[in-house]
Design a protein around this ligand. Structure first.
Ligand code: SF4
Length: 317
């Protein structure tokens, strides 16, 4: 595709947005051109908050399906569009509703905290939702003796458990992107750049978390690079965030942490990268594919998400 056509797509998208009173919400893992086009960019928590409070009639979600579903659950009266319905999530797929129902049944008396990276059905089975930005605070907001089920990410779950020292049973799911980072390659990079800080998302495995100078959600990692004096970082999360890191930290260097398999490019989320400028244009023009969520599921899933938002608001997150 030539630059000329890309400029036309962007102009057309802007025109359609104004004509249809639509907004584009984009996740930090989208490509730089989509982040620059979006009305709002953020991590899962910020995007949920924005989906729940905006004046648009249409939300076009540049992200993956569970995020667009969350927007629909929070704003059921709005039309929510996802440019490619194949934009799934290996982590959300690792937790199937029937299996999760049995897991809850087999571990009775526990408060079910689910990460936002789950299907609408899993959210409907949960007591509180969390994101990587607020998981520790959500767990800490419960009385100390309260027993917890945490799903679906085993790495985030173990990280939260280690910080909160709560009685937590963890669902055995994972994100294929965040489990792909190579500890050996990160250490090699650190030897070559001894002044670099290693910044890591909590969905990464324990050995990678153990060499981190800082662990945080995507938004927290971005904030850390803004406040920190260091000039060079090794970044162990999906490299889409580096676009924003470079924009707000002129002159600093960001090195994406390499994957275990150097031939696969699999530290990029292939689901996130299914969304393109062209697909956004056609989606907005045709107003499809549209996210449809069963009304009963919306009603049940709203409660735990609103609970998370309420706790986050009270804690100033
Ligand atoms: S990076 Fe991992 S958790 Fe995030 S959307 Fe992709 S597969 Fe899912």
């Amino acid at each position: 595709m030539s630059a000329k056509y890309q400029i036309n797509y962007i102009e057309e998208i802007k025109r359609l947005k104004a004509e249809k009173n639509a907004i584009i919400l984009a996740h930090y893992y989208q490509t730089g051109d989509i982040q620059d086009l979006a009305d709002f960019i953020g991590d899962s928590l910020a995007l949920s908050q924005k989906a729940a409070s905006n004046e648009a009639d249409i939300i076009l979600f540049a992200g993956v399906k569970f995020m667009a579903e969350t927007a629909k659950i929070l704003a059921p009266e709005k039309k929510v569009l996802l440019p490619d319905m194949n934009a799934g999530c290996s982590l959300a797929d690792s937790c199937k509703p029937a299996d999760f129902k049995n897991f809850i049944k087999n571990n009775p008396g526990r408060t079910v905290i689910s990460y936002v990276n789950t299907t609408a059905e899993i959210k409907a089975l949960s007591d509180i939702i969390c994101t990587s930005s607020n998981a520790v605070q959500i767990v800490n907001s419960l009385p100390f003796g309260e027993k917890i089920i945490f799903a679906p990410d085993r790495n985030l779950g173990n990280y939260v458990k280690s910080l909160t020292e709560r009685d937590i049973i963890i669902w055995d799911g994972a994100c294929h992107v965040h489990e792909e980072f190579s500890l050996e390659e990160i250490i090699k990079l650190k030897r070559q750049n001894p002044e670099a800080k290693i910044i890591v998302h909590p969905e990464c495995e324990l050995p990678v978390r153990m060499v981190a100078d800082y662990i945080g959600s995507t938004a927290a990692l971005l904030q850390f690079t803004k406040n920190d004096e260091t000039k060079i970082y090794i970044v162990a999360t999906e490299p889409g965030i580096i676009h924003q890191m470079k924009k707000v930290n002129i002159g600093k260097t960001f090195i994406p942490a390499p994957p275990k398999d150097s031939t696969c490019g699999c530290s990029e989320c292939s689901f996130m990268k299914l969304i393109t400028i062209e697909k956004i244009y056609w989606c907005l023009k045709n107003e499809k594919p549209e996210i449809i969520v069963n009304k009963k599921i919306i009603k049940k899933a709203q409660k735990p998400i609103l609970k998370m938002m309420d706790i986050s608001r009270k804690l100033g997150l």
